[in-house]
Ligand binder design. Sequence first.
Ligand code: FEO
Ligand code: CA
Ligand code: CA
Length: 668
Amino acid sequence: MQHESDNEVLFGSGDELLSNHCANTHINQVISGGLARRQVLAGGAALGTLAFLGAVLPSAVNAAEPASQGPAGFSFKRRSKLPFVPVAVTRADTISVPAGYRASPFIPWGTPLSGRYPAYLDDGSNSAQDQAEQLGMHHDGMHFFPIDAQQGHGRNSHHGLLVLNHEYIDAGLLHANGPTVVDGKRTSAEQVRKEINAHGVSVVEVCRGPRGEWTVLPSARNRRVTGATPMQISGPARGHVLLQTRYSPTGTATRGTLNNCSNGFTPWGTYLTCEENWAGYFASDDPSLPRELSRYGLRSSSRYGWESVAGDEFERFDATRTGASASDDYRNEPNHFGWIVEIDPFAPESQPIKRTALGRFAHEGLVFAPVKPGRPLVCYSGDDSQNEYIYKYVSRDKYRPGRSNGQLLDHGTLYVARFNADGSGEWLALDLQDASFQQACQTAGVSFADQGEVLINTRLAADVVGATKMDRPEWGAVNPDNGEVYFTLTNNSSRSETDAANPRPANAYGHIIRWREGSKHSAGRHFSWNLFLLAGPETDSVGPNGQPLSADNRLASPDGLWFDDEGRLWIQTDMSGSQLGSGPFGNNQMLVADPKSGELKRFLVGPLGAEITGITATPDFRTLFVNIQHPGEGSTASNLLSTWPDGPGKRPRSSTVVITRDDGRRLL
Ligand code: FEO
Ligand code: CA
Ligand code: CA
């Protein structure tokens, strides 16, 4: 996520402005129960008294039963699952990990990947075509596919495909001397083309040598998917009139994926990349915008000014109505973004597919409930903007190992979450066939022509049913021990009115919420929830053990989230601004929690200005891959704010790091 700006108009903040202005009632207004009121009144440090925080959730099959164990219900007698000495906070321009571990940079931005394998040039002089054959910029979500992932269990820990997102760019570092802008317009097609090519996804075939070192293999599978790669559109919105463009008058095809943040992966061995803050890539001069643009925060100027360069490949970023019909211009091009995109990393010639049944919003990532043969697939995705929502998708068809494919993501029901103050929750269907949805639309005076239009306007549909506005939902993760779903809510400076699930006004530090489905196979409409963690300094936080955080684990702005196969929760942070520069938290960090014991320890601290994001491991858990995004964020060629990973005088580069133990054993 981009945080600082070179220029207020171009290259401005990548965090989208608040665009949920709907009059959706906050939950504490509709529920007069004592708990909600107490939480509203409590605020700040007093939140440490919240009874439900850290409590054990009721079991899935007996969700109505009240939680019987408070924080004291945790067992502290079992052997620690976190046997390492926590790393201290620091503002060093390096990676810090516990004694006995090592972290080695791997595949930084610009690493030669395919085609002519062009070498990375530190002076920014690589061409746009070079960039299309090198690793993209600003690594984010990532997954390791064992090379046998599509043949049975996929247990190979030595050879696989590492697939990762490239969320955005620092134009000050991408070009030799930064971007050229004259009178607010971009003047170089070559520069803009390079910026588009630095976005997207990389597929990297990697192997592990005898000493545990990883290398990139020259392989026909190595691939860059960029902001310009041809793609298909599938699901209920395919062919919709609101998807018609000059490039695709039938509304069935598009070019590129942008602002790819977190990710998912399917049980059939494909990668899911998620389009997050895409609205800022477009501009429209139209005096009034249709709801499918305005509700997503489209503005009259774009973040990078791509639309100001002549040529169809750039004009598509101008959503102004200039032609006689939608197939004469790009008024609908922004409707081609905000989706989850499926990529088959093992089929380098295959076209990525935008799966519209999963909804259109600022998708952070996609995480699956435990996958069960003979049952529908269930997955979750958060909309990372202030006061937006958390969604769940349930496939219509059942999962059949060896037979199912991406079509499971084309037919299903999308739900949005309402978190009630009493710890219960409901999944509200966004489906024209659903009687409650029909009633809610009628009450709100909102109509949709068809389900495709509902999905293109997912945020509006969620407003209509009264979903709970959340504090910027980021990553989710599912506990393999019990199926509980955890989500980070990173922060929300605009929250003035609290509710049970978002209990702090102007939430500066963020928190982690979790829920357990009320139905055995996760497909039902009811769940139970509580708060796992309130992030912050010692004076304003509650850890998973019910106690304030300490020097060993204080954190803010939780973002990345991942469970390892032994049920430990890995938490990554994305602090920015003064919180990063002068707070008690040091540089961004990664921690590990054991939900069973309530332990939480800091495992890693990143270099200056970087966000820690993206995490995946080999099946043997002897290698952990983590991404370091935007070290020295906001640097220019003449003002390097970090020189990680290449050292003094070199431009900072986003990079994966390979984390191993010195003795070569499992990480934990
Ligand atoms: Fe791209 Fe929500 O972080
Ligand atoms: Ca993120
Ligand atoms: Ca973030």
